[in-house]
Ligand binder design. Structure first.
Ligand code: 4AD
Ligand code: MG
Length: 459
């Protein structure tokens, strides 16, 4: 018999028909006359109740059905008597695929802490919480592709292995095939990269933007959506060493409007298409979640300059852990103060000091600031970082020189400014930060299946 997914089983026309379901047992309870099994197959947060009439089954048959066991059941789908359920299966046949010894299976039905589950990342997708998070993550990924496709953006795959440092922060993972126990040296006693795989130093990318600009200045509007790597030693609830970033890049465009439309679209898509999972997480962890998501969709984001933002922070009288002054790189406590305490809605902060931003940002007339744009969110702080790009060859190459970025590595990037340069802009959305916001989780390690952070590369 063809299997029906539990997400599909609630269709009214299936009532009264014979069905086949397969999944993992969440719980079993009952008495000597009847046993109830809550079955989940990962397709939905909702468990399906399977009813075993103990006149048809023996204790021996059901003994292997413990939490975590995988089973295949066929039987009739009937309207349920139980509260909150619309349908249940009256089991006729039972096949056990795999048992899960209660003595050693780590996920018993009692609620586990998120910290405990992080140690069990290979099994935690089977919990309600991580099932919900991973389905919401998928829904958001789909929404992102749909948003851009519907607006005529082309999906560009930029390289993961690179020889340039887009953000200039120097926090890159090196890629090499040299024997680290026997490194070839040149005449100056330095590593001889001519013998390395690519014939020069290479790293994992911190951003696909530079190649994204090559795409945008040809196709008009592109976006990337791929893994991104940062070797910063940041052990915070908002940083991963490997995360996913979405980077649209557009010629002739209003960046702020795109960012605001984009993020609102993603959040409202999730509210509509992942409602059950969002409601589950709201109930378990964060009762204001749905309200917060709706409020982001329905309010206009504040737009103000970094200079104005710093003034508000300085005049707030609030005690911050990190000092705030014009020129300081804002910390998440500052960002969250503006969003959560002062404006009570998302903020797009623009025109940052050039010293704290990357080389490629368009320089303002004042000679001090650049056309940067960060989108700041409640609970998260910075969720998007972007800018208008410097399109003048002279100004860009001068900035590259000032920052001692090796010009010879940048020739291909500078060519976009030499040939048919155009005003263009783009931004990067940290995918996990979006998933954090939409799920209401508070630690970024809990919104990616297998997190990589300093000192942690298990699974
Ligand atoms: O602000 P960032 O560093 O900007 C860039 O990389 C630009 N090249 C983007 C562009 O203009 N195309 O990073 C962009 C976003 C941040 O706002 C944040 O959401 C996320 O990426 N991000 C991280 N997320 C998780 N872990 C980390 N270590 C992150 N670093 C940045
Ligand atoms: Mg940033």
């Amino acid at each position: 018999m063809k299997r029906t997914k539990i997400s599909e089983i609630w269709a009214p026309e299936l009532i009264g028909t014979d069905v086949c379901v397969k999944g993992w047992v969440r719980t079993r309870r009952g008495n000597k006359h009847v046993q109830f099994v809550a079955l989940n197959d990962g397709s939905t947060i909702k468990n399906l109740q399977i009813v075993f009439d103990m006149e048809k089954f023996s204790d021996e048959d059901l003994k292997p059905i413990t939490t975590g066991a995988s089973i295949h059941v066929e039987g009739k789908l009937v309207e349920s008597q139980g509260k909150g359920q619309t349908a249940e299966v009256q089991a006729e046949t039972l096949e056990i695929y795999g048992t899960a010894d209660p003595e050693t299976y780590p996920l018993q039905k009692k609620g586990h802490t998120l910290e405990f589950l992080r140690e069990k990342a290979h099994l935690r997708p089977r919990t309600n919480t991580f099932g919900a998070v991973l389905r919401i993550r998928h829904t958001l990924a789909y929404a992102i592709h749909k948003f851009f496709n519907d607006r005529g953006f082309f999906y560009l795959n930029t390289p993961l292995i690179t020889s340039s440092d887009c953000e200039g922060a120097g926090a890159m993972f090196q890629v090499t095939t040299l024997d680290l126990n026997d490194i070839p040296k040149n005449e100056e006693g330095k590593v001889d990269y001519s013998q390395d795989f690519f014939g020069k130093p290479a790293s994992l990318t911190v951003s696909g933007q530079l190649e994204g600009e090559l795409g945008a200045t040809a196709l008009g509007a592109i976006y990337t959506f791929g893994p991104t790597f940062r070797a910063e030693n940041s052990n915070t609830p908002r940083h991963l060493s490997e995360f996913w970033m979405i980077e649209p890049e557009v010629a002739f465009n209003d960046n702020m409007e795109l960012a605001e439309d984009f993020i609102k679209y993603c959040v409202s898509y999730a509210l509509e298409h992942a409602a059950d999972d969002i409601e589950f997480l709201a109930k378990m962890y964060d009762e204001d979640l749905v309200e917060r998501l709706k409020s982001v969709v329905n309010t206009e984001f504040v737009r103000l300059t970094y200079t104005e933002g710093v003034k508000i922070l300085e005049e707030s009288g609030h005690k911050f852990e990190f000092p705030v002054y014009w020129g300081a790189d804002l910390q998440s406590e500052h960002e969250r103060f503006l969003v959560e305490e002062h404006f009570k809605r998302p903020v797009i902060l623009t025109d940052y000091p050039k010293e704290i931003k990357a080389f490629y940002m368009k320089q303002n007339e004042d000679g001090k600031t650049v056309r940067a744009m960060d989108v700041l969110f409640p609970k998260i702080g910075e969720i998007i970082g972007g800018s208008e790009r410097e399109e003048s060859y002279e100004k860009l190459s001068q900035r590259i020189e000032e920052l001692n970025i090796p010009m010879k590595d940048m020739w291909w990037y500078l060519d976009t400014r030499r040939f048919g340069t155009v005003p263009h802009s783009g931004f990067g959305l940290g995918f996990e930060r979006l998933v954090l916001f939409v799920t209401g989780m508070t630690n970024i390690r809990d919104v990616i299946a297998f997190p990589r952070t300093p000192g942690n590369c298990e699974f």
